[in-house]
Ligand binder design. Sequence first.
Ligand code: ADP
Length: 594
Amino acid sequence: MRPFRIRLTLILMVMIGISMAGAGLTMARVFEKSHISALEENMIREIQLLSRTFDFRPTQGGDAMAYYTREARELAALTDSRVTFISKNGTVIGDSESDPRQMDNHGGREEIVDAARKGSGYAIRHSSTLKEDMLYVAVPVVAGDYDGFIRLSVSLAFVDQGVRKGWTLMAGGLAILFVVAAVVSYRVAAGLTSPLEKITRVAGRISKLDYDARVSITRKDEIGELAKAINGMADSLQNQLQTIRDNENLLQSVLDNMTTGILLVNPEGTVALINPAAERMLHLKGGQLTGRSVTEMKQYYELTRLIQDGIGQRDFIHEERIVYQPEETILQLDGVPMFGEDDRFKGMLFLLQNITAIRRLENMRSEFVANVSHELKTPVAAVKGFAETLLGGGVKDEETARSFLQIIYDESERLNRLISDILDLSKIESRRSPMDYAPVHLASFCGSIIDTMATVAEKKRIALHADIPEELFIEADEDKLRQILLNLLSNAVSYTQDGGKVELKVRELQDAEGTEKVVIKVTDTGIGIPKKDQPRIFERFYRVDKARSRSSGGTGLGLSIVKHLVELHHGDISVDSELGIGTTFTVELPMLQE
Ligand code: ADP
C-alpha cells in the first residue's frame, strides 16, 4: 500500500530498537557492576568491622577449627553470607558451609592472592560446594593471635535478582519509549513520504490525461523542487496539448468549410478521412463512410473504380465522372499519391469538385455563341441577298429598288440593335458596369419615359396611361431603371394590337419583413403569352412566336436584359398573362439599397 512509508517506519524503529537495546544492555552492565562493587565495599566494611569486634582465638590447637567453624556459622546467620576464616598459608580454619578439614588450601584463590597483595581482593566464581555463582571478598586480618584472612561470600543470585528487577523496570520503560518512538517514527516517515505520495498521485492523474492536476506543495527543499518540476511539466504538457488542439481545430475547420471535397483513402482502400463537402457531393451521411471501404459506395461504380485504379497505380489522377445519384452531377476527381518519410505508400488523397455548374456555363456560352451567330446570320443574309440583287442590275424599276434598299436598311438596323443588345447583356452579365445608385423621383422619371414612348404608341393608336404617386422616390441606377421600363413598355406596345391599352402603374408596398418596396406594373391588353412559354420568356433569344417577334423588330434579348437589371437592383420580376386578354409584368424593387 504505502511500502516506503512502512519501510521507513520499520527502519527507524529498528534503529531506535537497536540503540535502545544497546543502551539498556550497557545500563544493565553498569547497574550490575555498581551493584556488585557496592556489595564488595559493604562486605569489606563488614570484614573490617568483624576484625575489630571478633574475639580471635589462637588458630592452632585442637578446638581452634571447631571454634572458628562455629563462629563462622553464627556470623553467617547474622550477615546472610558465607564466612570463611583462612590462615596466612591458605589453610581453611573455619567455614560456615562445610567442614574445613575437607577443604583444600585456599592460598591460591584469586581473592586471597589479591587480598595479600592489595589489602583486599574479590572474585566471582561458580562454587562447586554451593553450585551457584558466588562473589568472594577477602581481607587480610591481623588481630591478636590471628594472622590470616577473613573471607565473606554471597550468592550472586541476590545480585541477579536485583539486576532482573532493574531489567524489568527498564524493559517496561523501554517498551513505553519504544511505542512512543514507533508513533514518532511513523509521523516522521509520513512527513517525509506524504508529499511524495501527493506528487505520485498528481503524476498518476497527469498520466491519465488530467492535465489540470497540480501539486500544492510550496516547500523550499528538494521535495518542493520536485513538486515545482512536476507542475512545470504539467503546464508545458497542457500548453502543448492546447497548441495541438488549436491546430487540430484549425485543420478541422479548414476541412469542414472547404468547398472542395477531400477524400483520403489508405492503401487497403478504406476511407481514412472524408470532409463534409465530399459527403455533400456524394450524398452521404456524416461519418457514414469513414473507416469503411470505398467499394461500399455501390451507387458510384465509376467513381469507386477510378479510386481503386488510383490506389493500384499509385499515380496522379485527373479525371471527370458523371454521377447520377440522385441527380446528374459532373465531378472532377484529382488524385495525389501520398508517400511517407521512408517512401512507403500511405494512400491517395482525392480532391472532389462539383463542376456541373462550370460545365453548364460552358455549355451555355457555346450555345449562346451558336445562337448569336444564328441570329446574326439571318439579317446579314438578307442584307447580302438584296445588295447582290441590286448590284446584279436586274432591278430596273426604282420602286422595287427602293423597297430593297429599305429592307437592307431595316435589316442593318436590326443587326445594330441585336449587336447593342448583346453588348448590353454581356456587360451586365460580366458586371462590368457598376451600379450608380441615386434617388429617383418616380413621377417625373416615369413621365419622361411615357413621353418617349408616346410617338410609337400613337402610331398604333394605343392609349398609354401612367398612374404614379406624386411623392414617391426610389434609390436606383437611373439608366438601368430606364432601360427596364423602356423594354417592358416597348414590349407591351409591340405585342398589343392597334387600339389597345398600356398602363404603367407604380405603388409603394411594405413586405412581410417590413422592407419598403416599390412595385411597378406594366399592363397591356395585348395578345398575351401562353402559360407554357411564361417560364422561358426571360431566357436569351427565347421568343414565343419568332415571326411575330421579328416583324416587331424584337431581338429576343429584351426580357433577359430586364431580368438581369432587376436582379442587379436586388428586385424580382414576374409575369401574369392570359392569351388574347393581356399581360402584366410586375417588378418589385427595394426602395432603398443597402
Ligand atoms: P423580343 O425582343 O422578341 O420582344 P423579349 O425578350 O423582349 O424579346 O421578349 C421575349 C418574348 O416574350 C417575346 O418574343 C414575346 O413573344 C414575349 N413577350 C414579351 N412581352 C410581351 C407582352 N407584353 N405581351 C405578349 N408577349 C410578350
